[in-house]
Design a protein around this ligand. Structure first.
Ligand code: SAM
Length: 292
């Protein structure tokens, strides 16, 4: 087996060789602990039949661990300075394709068709650039990219919001949008010390697994997310007050909003954080005719 990229000594050697300087604006915090990398990959349950999309390979620290276990890896890297580095560090692995592109610009369904047509199972594994964690996850979910799951490192605070349950401070529209599609669990908490440079925040690895069955019947998913987002604009206010502000012409259409609460069997004086996904689904279905 090749020498790990992610030891502190080898990482420093590679960075020095290419005169690489980190760009904070691109969320460049590289992993320098092979144990953490092995742990991340073990949570993804990879086999040679699994295809993997990686976001932000950096100098290839996580990529090589994925490549050893998976059938194929397609890794999207936005920073052109890293391409010659990756060509060098990943040369022992013939099952890796590096794509120089912003993942948010990628046509992911095309990527699935071009690279993974023969794979029954495709997952995302990544140490995400923290400044775009949510847009990246939502691009896969709202775009209905047929992946079976994700194992992704992110800021712990965001992982806590994604996995939060009703009645807690962290619960909000992000918990609802992601838990609508995926089962979410924190696999491990990761200290700052395993990164170079160290980030200012604690990190966590989150595992998302696609739900076989949607948790609720919903007329329009985008409208469900619009209603849930609108219900949290001021957490201390009731959903009724928040929806009057957030729905189009909501103030003028108080009566119609109240009727929808009645139809959904939900008390308008409740606050957003007390509603389950199923209750938000009922409410958004009831509001859809008037506001959808
Ligand atoms: N995977 C490497 C590791 O674990 O050491 C690097 C992870 S680092 C947290 C995030 C990486 O994502 C960087 O290499 C950065 O250049 C890249 N990146 C940032 N924004 C990106 C985007 N929009 N699309 C693709 N890659 C991006």
């Amino acid at each position: 087996m090749n020498k790990d990229i992610a030891t502190p000594v080898r990482t420093k050697e590679i960075l020095d060789k290419y005169g690489f300087s980190f760009k904070k604006s691109l969320g460049q915090n590289f992993l320098i602990d092979p144990n953490i990398l092995r742990n991340i990959v073990s949570h993804a349950n990879l086999t040679k039949k699994t295809g993997v999309i990686e976001v932000g390979p950096g100098i290839g620290a996580l990529t090589e661990h994925i490549a050893r276990s998976a059938g194929k890896v397609v890794a999207f890297e936005i920073d052109g300075r890293l391409l010659p580095v990756l060509e060098d560090t990943l040369s022992p692995y013939d099952n890796v394709t590096v794509v120089h592109q912003d993942i948010l610009e990628a046509d992911l369904k095309q990527v699935m068709a071009d690279h993974f047509a023969d794979y029954e199972d495709v997952v995302v594994v990544a140490n995400l650039p923290y400044y775009v964690t949510t847009p990246i996850i939502m691009k896969f979910l709202l775009g209905k990219v047929p992946i079976s799951g994700m194992v992704i490192m992110m800021q712990k605070e965001v992982a806590d919001r994604i996995t939060a349950v009703p009645g807690t401070k962290a619960y909000g529209s992000l918990s609802i949008a992601i838990q609508y599609y995926m089962d979410a669990e924190v696999s491990m908490i990761v200290p700052k010390t395993v990164f170079m440079p160290q980030p200012n925040v604690e990190s966590a690895v989150l595992r998302l697994t696609r739900k076989e069955v949607a948790p609720a019947e919903v007329i329009d998913e985008d409208f469900l997310f619009q209603v849930s987002k609108g219900s949290f604009i001021q957490r201390r206010k009731t959903i009724f007050n928040n929806l009057q502000t957030s729905l189009p012409d909501g103030k003028a259409k108080k009566e119609q909003i109240l009727q929808a609460f009645d139809k959904a069997g939900i008390e308008p004086g409740r606050r957003g954080e007390t509603l389950s996904i199923q209750e938000f689904a009922k409410l958004s279905n009831a509001l859809y005719e008037e506001f959808g």
